[in-house]
Design a protein around this ligand. Structure first.
Ligand SMILES: NC(=O)c1ccc[n+]([C@@H]2O[C@H](COP(=O)([O-])OP(=O)(O)OC[C@H]3O[C@@H](n4cnc5c(N)ncnc54)[C@H](O)[C@@H]3O)[C@@H](O)[C@H]2O)c1
Length: 340
């Protein structure tokens, strides 16, 4: 079965999605859509598919679409996903959106609820958890190799001089961090955040965020948009009662450290961000495989709901820093149904 795919927003990241679909023998790009005509036309020539200049026209054409990637951007890298995603979900088409799900929690909730109500698979490109190294580490947690989870130390940093909003660093970068954190340790219960503006900056470009999980584990995130290229992007250390693992360089290198011996078990390269596009490939192809095997809306890996939950932790951190208090994530997220 070949999935007929569309891509909405064929900028930098939309083009990476398109390259992945073009390489996958199980998918065929049938539509490329961008409000900038030249971009849609150029993508059509490069990747194939009919060019469209609005989602409305693409849907009105009645072209068969089994999956659409929404790779728009907007404020804090997430404000433009809402309208096209709602239009597609209303039309019953499965969506793979970009992160953040939205920079606006209410809009994030509406998308998740619509997908749920219409029973449409809705995924977000939370690509960092889809690497072979991250998946192996997760299997250790599931098999009990680490014992009971005690702590997580997560670090994600990169140099990004953009100053578009006070919370740009939190809302645009840390959907990835909090998704990896939730993937390994489950839902976060309470958050306490400290932030600082890096030298010469107007935005909260550095953050230390302390976490308490629903399962009783504790942890923290160190995040920054003032990091050097030589620092590496990501480090994740999970500590349990029987041992710990360390994932480095965006889920690329994985090491297991047993608690009761000094022997370590190292996996030097299990796939990851050695080339940036590698994580896209494993994530996008995983959703394609799920759709081919008939995944239901509530079994999607890296779902819209997962992305929304990561965003709720971010909003709890912002609230914590603004109020100088420890914030309950459920208080931020409660409100309407759909989010457990
Ligand atoms: N998952 C990751 O690792 C990762 C990495 C980087 C960026 N991103 C995310 O990818 C997204 C896209 O980033 P980018 O750098 O490619 O942006 P970009 O500006 O290069 O591309 C966005 C495109 O969307 C088009 N567009 C906007 N509204 C549209 C609409 N309603 N219909 C059709 N087209 C529309 C724009 O014209 C533009 O061509 C962002 O949300 C960003 O956060 C994800």
């Amino acid at each position: 079965m070949t999935l007929k795919v569309g891509i909405v927003g064929v900028g930098n990241i939309g083009s990476i999605h398109a390259s992945v679909y073009k390489e996958n023998p199980g998918t065929e790009i049938v539509a490329v859509c961008d409000i900038v005509k030249e971009k849609a036309d150029a993508a059509s020539v490069k990747f194939g598919g009919t060019p469209f200049y609005s989602v409305e026209d693409m849907l009105a054409s009645n072209i068969q679409l089994d999956l659409v990637s929404v790779c728009t951007k907007g404020e804090e890298n997430g404000s433009e996903h809402f309208t096209p995603t709602m239009e597609l979900l209303k039309a019953g088409i499965p969506v793979l959106g970009e992160k953040p799900i939205s920079n606006n929690i209410d809009e994030g909730k509406q998308m998740v609820e619509l997908a749920k109500n219409n029973k449409i698979p809705y995924a977000v490109n939370l690509n960092h958890r889809f690497t072979p190294a991250a998946e192996r580490a997760k299997s250790w947690l599931e098999s009990g190799r680490l014992g009971q989870i005690h702590m997580i130390n997560m670090r994600m940093w990169i140099n990004n001089p953009v100053e578009s909003s006070p919370w740009f660093h939190l809302r645009a970068l840390h959907p990835h961090s909090f998704d990896v954190i939730r993937y390994f340790c489950g839902d976060v219960k309470r958050v306490a955040a400290f932030m600082m503006k890096g030298e010469g900056r107007e935005i909260w470009s550095n953050a230390q965020i302390i976490l308490e999980f629903e399962n009783g584990a504790i942890g923290n995130l160190v995040g920054s948009y003032d990091a050097g290229a030589s620092y590496g992007l990501e480090l994740c250390e999970v500590v349990g009662s029987k041992g710990r693992f360390v994932l480095e360089d965006a889920c690329e290198h994985l090491t297991f450290y047993p608690r009761t011996s000094i022997e370590t078990e190292k996996f030097s390269y299990l796939g990851g961000m050695r080339a940036f596009s590698e994580t896209f490939k494993s994530r996008i192809n995983s959703f394609v495989d799920q759709l081919v095997t008939g995944v239901t809306y509530d079994r999607v890996d890296g779902s819209g709901e997962d992305a929304l939950k990561a965003q709720l932790i971010i909003e709890a951190a912002i609230k914590s820093w603004e109020t100088g208090t420890i914030v309950d994530v459920k208080e931020v997220g409660l409100i309407s149904g759909g989010v457990k």
